[in-house]
Ligand binder design. Structure first.
Ligand code: 5CA
Length: 446
């Protein structure tokens, strides 16, 4: 993309409504615009990152064997009356009447709708196990929407639902989700720590939240610092293997890590003193096992191998896709702007032309742009007639991991400059070498 042709409404001043750095930087970098409280338009740059995050979530869900689908945002109240949640959910639920006076709602989550689909089409244990998921907009009429996309009213969420014959099978589905979530967050350059939590309005007493440690996080967390040494890395896992998935769960959840809702002072005191940590975290996902809560209430049953009809065991598993943009920026920025991890960056590299209009510099930039594109990469070329300082400031704000700077002085010696946004280190090299290096870096990103 050439910046002169893009739509990138960068703000020069700090927006006064933003209290935390990710919200401020998303507004300044022209990624989002508030439409009304807790509801945002996703401008082209923000939309690009949202799509990247969504794609990673899709890939990792399908790697784990989960099946994508799409359910609507608007739901009939009748299903929620069946589960009993229509009255329980309270003011967070946006209730709507259609022209016939029927009660509708904008879905805050989808347990009822998916259970209805399941009971309509599945009647035998032979169709199990089954995990369906979708990525769809949700609405929760939060009393205090704040921090931009971090606590929105309308937000984008992946929600998945497993259906299993037995509790053991459903716990394997739970473990499988935990493993796939660890991979998912690491691909986004995030460490998200699974912590024992509370079921809230979803229900179930077996649940973990995934938390990204950050001062601006809304949750208070207590943990053994040894959990921060764990990484999933590039290990291969067989998602059908009960033992392998259980071993990962054991490895990542046996050390003390809890949110304030389930914090237990006596257990925490058993953690060696020098490893006890109290901090704040951003909840980027949550997994639940809730047994037969919805299947019993809504009659989602299957015939087992012994011919008896039994309610299925279920769980639901959510990832805060739009919240993740905020979480990634909270975890990765400096005083100049965002620093995107390679896995989610909106453009792979920026090209800065120091002397727009100079025949040689323009030609070199055009050639670089074409070479990167030919390799399947997506560069952002700052071809505006701006001073170098302004161009650098924009690139730093946008946070692309790599910048190629092209100027007449370097070109005389046959070189351009390749700069890492994260370290600030620059290296001079011929343009082709810069292209090759960038291609190599992204070839290593899953
Ligand atoms: N049905 C279950 C699992 S699919 C569920 O709704 N879980 S949840 O309530 O924990 O939501 C899943 C994730 O959505 C949360 O972990 C969080 O990352 C994200 N989320 C929840 N509320 C908001 C909100 N108001 N704004 C942005 N993201 C949110």
């Amino acid at each position: 993309m050439r910046l002169s042709r893009y739509f990138l409404p960068v703000l020069k001043e700090n927006p006064s409504e933003a209290q935390i750095v990710s919200h401020r930087l998303m507004l300044r970098a022209g990624m989002i615009k508030q439409a009304s409280a807790g509801i945002y338009s996703w401008l082209p740059l923000g939309f690009k990152v949202l799509r990247k995050i969504e794609n990673i979530v899709h890939e990792e869900q399908q790697r784990a064997g989960h099946i994508p689908m799409l359910m609507p945002t608007l739901q009939s109240a009748d299903l929620w009356r069946e589960s009993g949640r229509y009255d329980d959910y309270g003011e967070e639920m946006l209730r709507i009447k259609d022209r016939h006076g029927r009660d509708m709602l904008y879905g805050p989550t989808n347990e009822e709708l998916i259970t209805d689909i399941f009971r309509s089409h599945v009647g035998s244990y032979k169709d199990l196990p089954l995990t369906l998921y979708h990525i769809q907009w949700k609405f929760r009429d939060e009393i205090r929407p704040r921090f931009g996309v971090m606590r929105g009213r309308e937000f984008f969420m992946k929600d998945g639902y497993n259906f299993d014959l037995t509790k053991e099978d459903a716990l394997h589905a739970y473990n499988r989700h935990l493993v796939s979530y660890l991979r998912t967050y690491e691909r986004m350059g995030l460490q998200a720590i699974p912590m024992r939590a509370d079921g809230g309005p979803i229900g179930g007493d077996y649940t973990h939240e995934f938390l990204v440690l950050a001062e601006t996080g809304e949750s208070e967390v207590f943990y053994d610092s040894a959990v921060t040494d764990l990484t999933f890395g590039d290990r291969e896992i067989d998602y059908d293997s009960v033992d392998q998935c259980a071993a990962v769960l054991e490895e990542f959840t046996s050390k003390y890590a809890r949110t304030d809702e389930t914090h237990d002072e006596a257990l925490f005191a058993e953690v060696p003193k020098d490893r006890q940590r109290t901090a704040r975290g951003i909840e980027v996902g949550q997994i639940f096992y809730f047994g037969t809560k919805y299947s019993e209430a809504m009659g989602a049953k299957v015939q087992g191998p012994d011919g008896k009809t039994v309610p299925v065991h279920m769980g639901s598993h959510g990832i805060g896709v739009s919240r993740l943009l905020g979480a990634i920026i909270e975890a990765s920025h400096d005083d100049k702007g965002i620093i995107w991890p390679e896995g989610v960056t909106p453009f792979h590299a920026g090209i800065v032309n120091l002397k727009q209009g100079d025949e040689e510099a323009d030609a070199a930039c055009d050639a670089l742009y074409a070479s990167l594109k030919a390799l399947g990469l997506d560069p952002l070329y700052d071809d505006r007639n701006e001073r170098a300082g302004g161009k650098f400031a924009t690139m730093d704000l946008l946070g692309l991991p790599w910048r190629i700077t092209v100027g007449p002085r370097g070109l005389k010696n046959g070189v351009v400059e390749l700069t890492s946004r994260r370290t600030g280190e620059s290296e001079e090299m011929p343009p082709e070498a810069a292209v090759q290096k960038i291609a190599q870096i992204y070839a290593g990103i899953a």
